[in-house]
Every structure is written in structure tokens, then in C-alpha cells.
Design a binder for this molecule. Structure first.
Ligand code: MF3
Ligand code: CO
Length: 259
């Protein structure tokens, strides 16, 4: 069941998305060699609570963090831990905020200090693929048009698309219909209508597309242990101009200040 949101619901989601984006902006200030992923998680949790929101992942089906932490070969759903980030790592921080009953969801993969050029290109292409997908998120298109655009862009650049994990609708629940895969055929899947809210989130591997899920049932890693990247925005379907409700502006401002 796909829910079309009212203007009031969209306005509440805008606010949740802004808090989610500002939270990742706060996290961005702290990403550096020597910092534990648990520290990043604490910073995110406190920032959300201080601003009247709820860390939606924390306790979700038992998930133990505010952020999903995705170091190097971790694709999604990594646990915050005592792991200390080191120069050359990449770390994805995936954050969902609930505010006034609605959710905002965004993810950004950071380079920790200098990273090798192959991994840097993986980040660049994955980042760009998110916007390639968003361009297709126009009313009248189908979900498969987004999926196909992301897949073609990533595969033509030599990367592989994780199959088991998808983007999704969002609203009163963190995950709603429709599923938004990062691979698929044009002209297939549900039609996009004005007022739909979806999360587009390419999870793209440097090596093969295969993943393994750890015995804790959550943490998802590449089978070949090569790096994986992940970026995500929450999007409003709005005629032929998709509105990106989350933003990386706060992150980019924080990274510029550090540089
Ligand atoms: N933020 C993830 C997504 O993009 C989901 C988090 S799963 C959770 O869908 F269990 F950690 F909440
Ligand atoms: Co999501």
C-alpha cells in the first residue's frame, strides 16, 4: 500500500529531514582518524534528542545504534562499536530521524583522511548515481526507471549493485511501500505520483555484488571484503521536479571547515 502524503504530512517530513541532515552535518565535523564509531553514534543520538527528535534506528527490531555504521567492506546495518577509524578508511553513516510522527532518512559515506584513488572513485560514482536516480523520480515514471538508471550508471562505470537491500517509501513508518531497488528494468514497478515520499539509496560495491550477513542478523559485508559505498536522500515526488528533502549541505559545510 503506497500512501500519498498530504501537504501537512509533507511539511512535517521536511522538518524531520532537516533534522536528519543537520545530524549528519554534526557527525561530519567529528569524522577523523582516531575517533571510534561509537563516538559518532553518541554525537548523533545526543544531537537528535537535543533537537526534539527520536533516533528511529535505535531499538528498531533491536538495532543497537542511532547510526548504521558502514566501515570499508560493511555495506549496511553495521553496529557502532569501539572500532577506531584510521586514515584510509571509508565510513558510511546512515541516519533516520523521527520528528512529529514522520521520518527523514539519509546516508553519507565519508573518506577518513586520504583514501586510495580506486576507493575515492567508488565514492564519487556512488554519489553521482544517487542523483542519476533522483532525476528519474518524476511523476508518471515507474520505480523501475529509477532502478535501471542507477544500475546502468554504476555498472557502466565498472561497479556492482547490491541486490538484497533496497530503497523504500517513507512516512509515519521508516519503511513503507514501494521498494526502490537499485537494479531493474525500465518501465516496470509502481507508477510514481505527486505526494509520494521515497528514499533512494544506492549501495555499490567495488568488487562483486555478493554480500554476507553476519551471525548477529544485521551487519552486512561484501563477500570479497572489498569496499562498498552508500548515499541516500529522502525525495518528494513533485511533477517533473523531484524535491530532495534531505540535504548534504550541512555535511559539505562541515567538511570545508575541517579542510
Ligand atoms: N537507514 C536504513 C535505510 O536506509 C535503515 C536502517 S535499519 C535500522 O533504510 F534497523 F537500523 F533502522
Ligand atoms: Co533508507
Amino acid at each position: 500500500m503506497i500512501y500519498i502524503k498530504t501537504p501537512e504530512e509533507i511539511e512535517l517530513t521536511r522538518k524531520a529531514c532537516d533534522l536528519c541532515s543537520r545530524t549528519l552535518g554534526e557527525v561530519a565535523r567529528w569524522v577523523a582518524p582516531g575517533v571510534t564509531t561509537r563516538r559518532l553514534d553518541t554525537i548523533a543520538r545526543e544531537f537528535i534528542l537535543d533537537n526534539g527528535g527520536k533516533p528511529a534506528c535505535l531499538g528498531y527490531h533491536g538495532f543497537p545504534g542511532t547510526l548504521c555504521i558502514e566501515v570499508n567492506e560493511t555495506v549496511v546495518h553495521g553496529f557502532p562499536s569501539g572500532y577506531t577509524l584510521k586514515e584510509g578508511d571509508i565510513v558510511g553513516t546512515d541516519c533516520v530521524v523521527e520528528l512529529n510522527g514522520f521520518h527523514g532518512d539519509s546516508c553519507y559515506t565519508f573518506a577518513v583522511g586520504e583514501i586510495d584513488p580506486k576507493t575515492e572513485r567508488l565514492l564519487d560514482i556512488t554519489f553521482e548515481s544517487l542523483y542519476v536516480g533522483i532525476e528519474m523520480a518524476v511523476a508518471g515514471n515507474r520505480v523501475g526507471d529509477i532502478s535501471n538508471a542507477v544500475q546502468r550508471f554504476c555498472e557502466s562505470n565498472g561497479y556492482s549493485v547490491v541486490r538484497e537491500m533496497c530503497g523504500h517509501g517513507i512516512g509515519r513508518s521508516m519503511h513503507e511501500d514501494p521498494e526502490v531497488p537499485n537494479y531493474g528494468r525500465r518501465g516496470t514497478g509502481p507508477v510514481l505520483h505527486d505526494g509520494m515520499l521515497i528514499c533512494i539509496e544506492p549501495m555499490i560495491n567495488l568488487g562483486s555484488k555478493n554480500i554476507v550477513i553476519e551471525s548477529n542478523g544485521w551487519e552486512c559485508r561484501t563477500r570479497d571484503r572489498k569496499p562498498s559505498a552508500h548515499y541516500e536522500h529522502t525525495i518528494l515526488i513533485n511533477g517533473d521536479e523531484p524535491e530532495i528533502l534531505t540535504t548534504f549541505d550541512y555535511i559539505e559545510a562541515a567538511l570545508e571547515q575541517k579542510a
